[in-house]
Design a protein around this ligand. Structure first.
Ligand code: GLS
Length: 841
């Protein structure tokens, strides 16, 4: 560390080191100090926003003290570190999480109350950090929590988007997108104006031989954009370890604007340069499971990857180790193919900047990277056009061609004469224009490739990456089934359930070793326990019912069965199957006599989720759900027997209210399409049962909790291809109940049927790619089983207790330990109790 304080002066530092508060009084002192100094307010103008700001700053100060200690310890110990590269970190709110992870929520609650505030109101002031689309981004956030909680020396690297995922408004039943400007006040980030990296774009490559006859390539010209680091502390649960998430923000190289241009009267173009640079980190692309191939997105990827690698390499070089030790010191995980350019960038740094030989460099590169695949959907597999690449990153394209040449040579040696194989596995697709296949590049440049649930990991080996298994052997491919952090998704979202579990299992230990939940099995038939368990579920449903009332105006009865499907809207996730099922239920109710209706299980069908702004069919599904709700919710024949709710702007903080309130949740993707799913785990962990297809992690959930505790239905992944073939080339007979549902839609019962023609048509006339009709009967029958099962509340509660007791496997801690052992080869590095105050490199 260049600017370290000389030995004789260090005593003074130690004497005055910041001490994290632990008592209520000290917390209050910090809050009042921040209100009166940092915020320049007083007790006469301190509203909830100011109280939130001050409480957050108090906790931020506390986190940053531990962050400093953690970083110093990691620097001194100089053991292997993990870098998790992700274009998305869907963090949600930080204050509640920080309070719980450092174990001071009760202190804060009492302190705030003495100062005149309710802690819930203060927590609700916070704007979600919504730098992600859905499961992939939330997984990255859970992983950060687990890595810190398990004391792994690990950093997340991402982009500091000015606009996170858009805010969804529902206007007349349609989704409307509103920009999410979230940085107005963000106490959780530390701008590092001293950590700035130049990132180059465009330009050209000059090649020559130096005096030793060595080929040299120089990438020159083009333009420079500056990347500034913003650090966000990530506190582990019940440990001093506080890791770092570093997000990069873009600025024009010339600073605010180009003064030369300004002075010469070219003011507009100097502002344009600045804006063009800032655009790079301006917005998160709002697509989940879809690649659109836009140039700005490729710019984002390289900007983020180049800055992160520069930072990682700089830190490594300080240790003065040999380059060959790089993979012993550093593991980099690629969250999907978005950061695949990191492979090329590291190779470029090593050969062009550091002068290593190709082979030596390539060995280092491949031993450093691991690649996680998150989808098999063809429309989501990233490809970049070669001309676009050539223009933006000319040197990288050359390196990709070289990587491909050496790779194809090795394939040729292994499978002599197999021309088809070479064409199939080439990193360059010979199309018009040529395309770079990013997943293939990620496989070739990594030492391990993993899927995110067992079925998914099997599928990638037998379908999209089949040839690569033959080439590299099966050991390169592995599975790490996804997990979720029980800190946020149980302790924070469902405090009463967490408290009850703690009271029966000897404290909060289960939050760090989720298998302790097993001890709940012995209470599955305990009358007292079941009563408390049921009361908590009911209270959570009351909480959601209140939220539904306030946000939609609809009154729902908390004694009804709450049936929830919240996730991104996508045809493969089949919200259309759900809403068609709702319409079928409506038809059934309408055809009944009042006496028959009395026997029914009242149900509230709750939907939530965003559609990508350009995904028209997904938006049509939202429109249909809202129109169906508008009709059913005011039909006096139906009353409380069925309500249909669409919750606007589903996000992480809303998930924390919604998840604990479910009786049943829907995970009903066409078999073989949902790589894992993670909300399925969250719902079961909160004492809800699930209805689902044999897809993704549903299969392992079934294995863990037992098939009596889950409602499975529908065709299997292995049959999907044949069914699609029959739809297209054989005969396609529609399910008769579904035809009745379509007839009702076509009668304009839910508004102008023309609006839904494309949706019904995709099933009736255009091949029913997602097998909605094939699975409809089985879905309806299984929903009837759910109704029956719910009538026996005693049995239902027992099922939910047994399920929770068996969910230990799905902790993201288990997941991170598997990555650490099988892929990263890193050990935890606990932070000692006493240590000096240090500043990160
Ligand atoms: C996703 C998958 O669609 C989910 O099934 C998976 O749970 C998640 C995390 O692995 O990744 N892939 C993707 O592109 N978005 C996702 O949510």
């Amino acid at each position: 560390v260049e600017a370290s304080i000389p030995e004789p002066q260090r005593d003074a530092w130690k004497k005055f080191q910041a001490k994290p508060f632990v008592s209520k009084d000290d917390f209050e002192k910090e809050v009042v100090r921040h209100v009166e100094t940092t915020l320049a307010r007083s007790m006469f103008n301190c509203d909830e926003t100011a109280a939130y700001a001050a409480a957050s700053l108090a906790f931020r100060d506390r986190l940053i003290t531990e962050w400093n200690r953690t970083q110093q310890r990691q620097t001194f110990a100089d053991t292997k570190r993990v870098y998790y590269l992700s274009l998305e970190f869907l963090m949600g709110r930080a204050l509640d999480n920080a309070m719980l992870n450092v174990g001071l929520k009760n202190v804060a609650k009492e302190g705030l109350s003495e100062l005149g505030f309710r802690i819930e109101d203060i927590i609700n002031q916070e704007h979600d950090a919504a730098l992600g689309n859905g499961g992939l981004g939330r997984l990255a956030a859970c992983f950060l929590d687990s890595m810190a909680s398990l004391n792994f020396p690990a950093w997340g690297y991402g982009l500091r988007y000015k606009y996170g995922i858009f805010k969804q408004e529902i206007v007349d039943g349609y989704q409307v997108e509103v920009p999410d400007y979230w940085l107005d006040f963000n106490p959780w980030e530390f701008p590092r104006h001293d950590i700035v990296v130049d990132v180059q774009f465009y330009g050209g490559v000059r090649k020559y031989q130096d005096e030793d006859g060595k080929n040299v390539a120089v990438w020159e010209g083009g333009e420079i954009v500056k990347a500034t680091a913003y650090d966000v502390p990530i506190p582990g649960f019940n440990t001093p370890t506080t890791n770092n998430m570093r997000l990069w923000s873009s600025k024009a190289a010339s600073g605010e604007f180009d003064f030369q241009k300004f002075n010469s009267g070219d003011y507009e173009s100097s502002v344009a340069d600045q804006q063009r640079a800032e655009t790079i980190s301006a917005v998160l692309y709002p697509n989940d499971n879809l690649d659109r191939g836009k140039e700005l997105r490729l710019k984002q990827q390289y900007f983020w990857v180049a800055a992160s690698l520069y930072d990682i390499v700089r830190r490594f070089k300080k240790s003065k180790r040999a380059w060959s030790e790089f993979p012993d010191q550093i593991a980099i995980q690629l969250n999907d193919t978005h950061p695949t350019l990191a492979i090329v960038e590291l190779q470029r740094i090593l050969i062009d900047m550091e002068g290593l030989d190709w082979d030596e460099a390539w060995t280092i590169v491949t031993n450093t990277f691991g690649y996680t695949n998150h989808t098999v959907l063809p429309e989501a597999l990233e490809k970049w056009s070669v001309p676009l690449f050539q223009n933006l990153l000319p040197r990288h394209l050359q390196i990709i061609y070289d990587i491909n040449m050496f790779f194809l040579q090795s394939v040729e040696r292994k499978f002599p004469g197999d021309r088809d194989m070479l064409g199939r596995v080439s990193i360059i697709e010979e199309s018009q224009p040529k395309m770079v296949r990013m997943a293939y590049l990620a496989i070739v440049g990594s030492h391990k490739v993993n899927g995110v649930a067992e079925l998914h990991s099997d599928l990638i080996k037998t379908t999209i990456f089949r040839d690569f298994v033959k080439i590299f052997g099966p050991d390169k491919f592995t599975n790490v089934t996804n997990g979720i952090t029980p800190r946020r998704w149980l302790h924070q979202a469902n405090p009463r359930l967490s408290e009850l579990i703690a009271s029966k299992t000897g404290g909060l230990g289960f939050l760090k070793d989720l298998n302790i939940l097993n001890e709940l099995e012995k209470f599955a038939d305990d009358k007292e326990f079941k009563k408390e368990w049921a009361e908590i579920k009911y209270a959570n449903k009351v909480r959601l019912a209140k939220y539904i009332k306030s946000s939609t105006g609809v009154t729902v009865n908390p004694s009804s069965l709450f049936d929830i499907q919240v996730k991104r809207i996508h045809e493969y996730k089949r919200q259309q199957l759900n809403i068609f099922g709702v319409i079928h239920r409506y038809l059934t109710i309408k055809a009944m006599t009042p006496n028959e209706r009395k026997k029914l299980t009242p149900r509230v069908s709750i939907f939530g989720g965003k559609a990508a702004p350009g995904y028209w069919m997904a938006k049509t599904i939202i429109h249909l759900i809202n129109n169906v709700g508008a009709v059913i919710n005011k039909d006096p024949d139906v009353g409380d027997l069925l309500k249909v709710i669409f919750l606007e702007d589903y996000n992480v903080s809303k998930a924390e209210i919604i998840t604990p309130a479910s009786d049943i949740s829907e995970h009903i993707s066409t078999a073989g399409t949902e790589a894992s799913g993670t909300s399925n785990m969250k719902f079961v962990l909160n004492g809800g049962l699930i209805i689902g297809t044999c897809d993704g992690a549903n299969i392992e959930i079934t294995r863990e909790i037992g098939e009596n505790n889950i409602f499975l239905f529908g065709n299997l992944a292995e049959d999907v291809e044949d069914l699609r073939h029959t739809h297209n080339y054989g005969s396609h007979t529609m399910d008769t109940d579904l035809v009745k549902v379509f007839d009702l839609i076509k009668s304009n019962a839910f508004g102008d049927a023309g609006a839904f023609g494309a949706l019904t048509g995709s099933i009736e006339d255009h091949g029913d790619y997602y097998l909605v009709s094939d699975d409809f009967h089985s879905y309806i029958e299984t929903q009837a089983l759910v109704d029956e099962a719910y009538k026996d509340q005693e049995e239902w509660i027992t099922k939910t207790i047994l399920s929770v007791a068996r969910m230990g496997f799905f902790s993201s801690d288990r997941c991170i330990n598997e990555y650490a052992e099988m892929i990263w080869n890193v050990e935890p590095l606990p932070v000692e109790k006493e240590n000096g105050l240090g500043k990160e490199e």
